[in-house]
Design a protein around this ligand. Structure first.
Ligand SMILES: Nc1ncnc2c1ncn2[C@@H]1O[C@H](COP(=O)(O)OP(=O)(O)OP(=O)(O)O)[C@@H](O)[C@H]1O
Ligand SMILES: [Mg+2]
Length: 342
């Protein structure tokens, strides 16, 4: 019999499924922290031909990938379908067609195996990549910097995130992706901007950082426009422009987090999301940690971008809390997190 009890689990095995954007991923995680296996198929190389994610292409690739990805991960984990205790799936936010593949798969498998299905929030899951490293310490600050979001939270306990601020326009990842397009590079732009910025010598071009007037928010749409203007002037030095873009994102993130810490002087800061794979960002936050005397936690690079281990990790805490998807619940394309009324 699968273990459907609410409460503390022992060797509770959760299958995580992620399909919110262009990565089809599955993982098996035990007790929310021990990763038994993880697998991922990305359609990023196909999407690169179009300069960004085409929703229909993403959904089609998910539909083709989901069965082999799950089959592979269960074999790798040496876990049979009958050994699973629950299935956690990204319920949103994300692209409708992409989410539908993962959610429909999870619900169908859950129904066939009489297993609880837990819908998780993709952004909250990003933060739970940190739980795969060591137990999360509360209260803490949590900064999510991804392709579609840049949000800062006070993390008060498991499943208790209070949003302090967010981007007012573009996400930091979009600034990298759009900046890369200006510099004639393909999607996803972040890793390529980082590589190009690494070749910069002079490092003296500056892009403006938006003044948030003391609020704990971010704004990156101006950086994109300013990158275009800077590149038009320095077309022979794309590496210096890439460096300036990366540096502007770093300065914006650090300034807001420093301000947040002054208001909430916690001992731990957790980072997550694809953009935190960036070496300059990791380094800048390590320095910030030293200067504030706090611990900075960032997942390994491979768990910064989309993956299913983070989904299974969060799923465990929701499983413990008795949180299950209702019989008529489906994907949530728009899905606020940690805001008033949640
Ligand atoms: N080394 C890097 N430097 C900067 N940005 C990076 C790096 N690696 C990845 N990124 C950026 O991370 C983003 C992808 O991250 P992630 O997978 O977390 O986002 P997403 O899942 O598309 O969006 P969201 O999680 O908000 O729905 C892209 O914008 C990509 O350019
Ligand atoms: Mg993501």
């Amino acid at each position: 019999m699968p273990n459907t009890a609410v409460g503390g689990g022992r060797n509770t095995k959760i299958l995580g499924i992620e399909s919110s954007c262009d990565e089809t991923a599955a993982a098996v995680v035990e007790d929310g922290s021990r990763l038994l296996a993880t697998s991922l198929l990305s359609s990023a190389a196909i999407q690169a031909q179009y300069g960004g994610v085409v929703p229909e292409v993403a959904a089609r690739e998910h539909a083709m990938a989901i069965l082999p990805v799950v089959d592979w991960v269960l074999r790798e984990a040496k876990v049979g379908l009958g050994d699973l205790d629950a299935i956690a799936v990204t319920q949103g936010p994300g692209l409708l067609g992409s989410l539908l593949v993962g959610v429909t798969f999870a619900r169908t498998l859950g129904s066939a195996l009489h297993l609880p299905v837990i819908g998780v929030h993709h952004l909250e899951a990003h933060l739970y990549a940190n739980a795969l490293e060591e137990p999360i310490r509360f209260p803490s600050l949590a900064l999510l910097v991804s392709g579609g979001h840049t949000s800062l939270f006070l993390w008060e306990g498991h499943l208790a995130l209070r949003q302090l601020g967010q981007t007012q326009d573009d996400a930091a990842g979009e600034a990298f992706d759009k900046g890369a397009r200006i510099l004639h590079m393909t999607y996803p732009g972040g890793p390529q901007i980082e590589k190009l910025a690494g070749l910069a010598q002079r490092k003296n071009l500056r892009l403006p950082v938006a003044d948030m007037h003391g609020r704990l928010d971010f704004s990156f749409s101006g950086v994109k426009t300013a990158t275009q203007a800077l590149y038009d002037k320095h077309i022979q030095e794309p590496e210096e422009v890439a460096y300036a873009l990366q540096d502007a994102v770093v300065r914006a993130l650090i300034a807001t987090v420093r301000r947040a810490w002054q208001q909430h002087p916690v001992k731990d800061l957790y980072l997550a999301g694809g953009v935190t794979a960036n070496g300059a960002i990791r380094e800048a936050f390590a320095h910030l940690g030293d200067s504030l005397g706090i611990s900075i936690h960032i997942p390994p690079v491979s768990y910064c971008t989309d993956n299913a281990a983070m989904v299974a990790a969060l799923g465990y805490y929701k499983w413990q809390a008795g949180d299950r998807m209702g019989p008529f619940e489906g994907p949530k394309v728009l899905f606020p997190l940690g805001q008033e009324g949640d």
